[in-house]
Design a protein around this ligand. Structure first.
Ligand code: ZN
Length: 65
């Protein structure tokens, strides 16, 4: 739904390395995951799974129902 806020906040170390991702879904902060390939978090409200897929020169933050 359009009124349900979703947000990814990526935390970066001082040396520029990516550290972790904080996930907001359904307008609520549902948790933080380590920045690593395959890490995921499920939203307790809508059941969506948010996950990180890291490839050689980029990464995806993806949401599946
Ligand atoms: Zn949700």
């Amino acid at each position: 739904m359009a009124d349900k806020k979703m947000d990814y906040r990526v935390n970066v170390r001082e040396n520029g390395k990516l550290l972790s991702v904080e996930i907001t879904c359904c307008g609520k902060h549902i948790g933080e995951i380590r920045f690593a390939d395959g890490e995921s978090k499920k939203c307790p409200d809508c059941g969506s799974v948010h996950f990180i897929k890291i490839q050689h020169n980029h990464f995806h933050l993806t949401r599946t129902e």
